[in-house]
Design a protein around this ligand. Structure first.
Ligand code: AMP
Ligand code: FE
Ligand code: FE
Ligand code: ZN
Length: 287
């Protein structure tokens, strides 16, 4: 059947563009993915679907399959939780309302952080605006780029380790839904919810919370990600095998914003097929 062949890998299901905190346009991201030999890719900008149309045109012209996606911000107590949302209906009213609310909060929060930073450093709101595409989901990476442009830090990594650190004086939290609500919104929009980088430095989410997320429709975990730590990852591997969950591997490419390269982790054809079968929101974009 011609349809199934197109889902052949290699597949990388987590890449960012200038519609959030990547440094390349969706078309440039698709070109980078293609150069790295990928055949199926997902664009997953933070809290927005605004890059999908350009990505779809570019991926199709390069002969790749696009799985439209999004990385939805959530929060559990003090820590941020990222929920990858694949094949959601972009017009779903509840999901749209939530992403609009998060993006508005991100803008307020970036201004507050800029005000705090301006008390000690020569950095102004205009510097941050200059680093952010019109309508993009604004985040600390844009503040980091402004700090780099001002010569105050060397790169994003140094900015995150110093001025932008959550423990520091300049940090302001953004509004985000709790992780169970985030999963409900994604599944309610017909999408497939996967926790991004679930075994990072912050440690695993508490098991009772993960159980509630699974009950809300959580489909699985992004186990192949450079930020995952081995011991916690093994715990989730066992859980995923026991419950027959979907597991993915992805780069979390951000252009020049991170060292991560397209295809450095990939998702198996079987898992891509399971994501597509499970989704009821929209279909992948075929070449
Ligand atoms: P925010 O959601 O605005 O708090 O910013 C978090 C975003 O910053 C994440 O999506 C990451 O992609 C990015 N980020 C976090 N740590 C780093 C780092 N050390 N270097 C570059 N980007 C980072
Ligand atoms: Fe990011
Ligand atoms: Fe993330
Ligand atoms: Zn990401």
């Amino acid at each position: 059947m011609p349809g199934t062949r197109r889902f052949e890998g290699p597949s990388d299901l987590h890449l960012h563009s200038v519609h959030s905190d990547g440094t390349e346009s969706p078309a440039q991201v698709m070109a980078a993915a293609h150069r790295h030999g990928l055949r199926t890719v997902a664009l997953t900008d933070h809290d927005t679907t605004s890059g999908w149309a350009e990505a779809a045109e570019a991926s199709a012209s390069l002969g790749m399959t696009l799985i439209p996606g999004m990385e939805l911000s959530a929060r559990h107590e003090w820590r941020s939780v990222h929920v990858l949302a694949y094949l959601v209906d972009p017009d779903d009213v509840a999901l749209r309302a939530m992403t609009e609310r998060i993006r508005a909060s991100r803008l307020d929060r970036a201004r507050l952080m800029a005000d705090r930073i301006a008390q000690d450093y020569d950095l102004h709101w205009d510097d941050i605006v200059a680093q952010t595409n019109d309508g993009a989901t604004v985040g600390r990476p844009h503040i980091a780029d402004a700090l780099v442009a001002r010569g105050l830090v060397r790169d994003r990594a140094e900015a995150f380790a110093s001025i932008l650190s959550p423990g520091g004086d300049y940090y302001v939290a953004l509004y985000a839904p709790d992780p169970v609500t985030a999963v409900e919104l994604v599944t309610g929009a017909g999408g497939v919810a996967i926790i991004a980088h679930p075994a990072g430095r912050a440690g695993l989410l508490p098991m009772p919370l993960m159980e509630r997320m699974l009950a809300a429709g959580l489909a699985g975990f992004e186990l192949g990600h450079r930020e995952n730590l081995d011991a916690a990852k093994r715990t989730l591997e066992r859980l995923s095998a026991d419950r027959d969950l979907i597991v993915t591997g992805s780069s979390d490419y951000h252009g020049l914003g991170k060292p991560n390269q397209p295809g450095e982790n990939t998702t198996s054809d079987e898992m891509v097929a399971r994501i597509i079968e499970r989704a009821t929101g929209i279909a992948p974009v075929l070449p």
